[in-house]
Write a protein that binds this ligand. Structure first.
Ligand code: FES
Ligand code: FES
Length: 231
């Protein structure tokens, strides 16, 4: 009698065919989700997913503009921007800390806004402008934020630093555009080009974790750039 009872996974799958069919359908559904992006249609290709290592893989081709350079990449629909950068383009400046949107180590700038690349599908970045830590310097000339981090010793192990710097650059731009934070006192009267207090900087950078605790120096570096009129 007990032998006839199938494990829950098989009970579920036996309603609609084999495990492989189930996985194929899941992959197609995943591709549908990945196809939703801002600003246009993602060029989906194969309707029947290829099987790689026994797993159905739905691929599509995306055109990524990374640091001003176009890259045309075949990606699995489930590929994060972070993995596309690190694994396919070998741009390892953006770091993988948690891979769950909790540490900020993977922060990049997409169309001028800071974003967590581990939570962003590469398929959603088709034709969007991505800036990574590798794209901030101009040749040998460091971005003012990079120079300030060095000057202020805003790092110890350095693992969080690329994310901190990308985040800080875009954060100052948000402040200049008059965007509020959780600690902004009067959200009805935010001046454009506002100068941020220490607590404003701390709050706005709170999504970027530094396990080494270099926070005071990071804030000092950002204050320096703000005082000197960062780009
Ligand atoms: S790796 Fe993206 S938030 Fe931690
Ligand atoms: S410098 Fe080590 S985690 Fe920030």
């Amino acid at each position: 009698m007990l032998d006839e009872i199938k494990p829950p996974e098989e009970q579920c799958l036996s309603v609609d065919g084999s495990r492989r069919d189930f996985l194929k359908k899941s992959a197609v559904a995943g591709a549908g989700v990945a196809a939703i992006k801002l600003g246009g249609a993602v060029p989906l290709v194969a309707s029947e997913p290829a099987i790689e290592g026994g797993i159905p893989v739905e691929k599509l081709t995306v055109k990524l503009n990374i640091n001003g350079k176009e890259h045309t990449l075949p990606v699995d629909t489930r590929t994060s921007l972070l993995d596309a950068l690190r694994e396919q383009l070998e741009m390892t400046g953006s770091k993988k800390g948690c891979d769950h949107g909790q540490c900020g180590a993977c922060t990049v700038i997409i169309d001028g806004r800071r974003q967590l690349s581990c939570l962003t599908l590469a398929a959603m970045c088709d034709d969007r402008k991505v800036t990574t830590i590798e794209g901030l310097a101009e040749g040998d000339k460091l971005h003012p934020m990079q120079a300030a981090f060095i000057e202020r010793d805003g790092m110890q192990c350095g693992y969080c630093t690329p994310g901190q710097i990308c985040s800080a650059v875009a954060m100052l731009e948000e402040a200049r555009n008059g965007e509020a934070s959780f600690v902004t006192e009067n959200i009805n009267a935010i001046p454009r080009g506002q100068k941020l207090s220490k607590s404003e900087i701390q709050e706005r950078m709170s999504g970027n974790i530094c396990r080494c605790g270099a926070y005071p120096n990071i804030v000092a570096a950002i204050e320096d750039v703000q005082a000197g009129g960062a780009k």
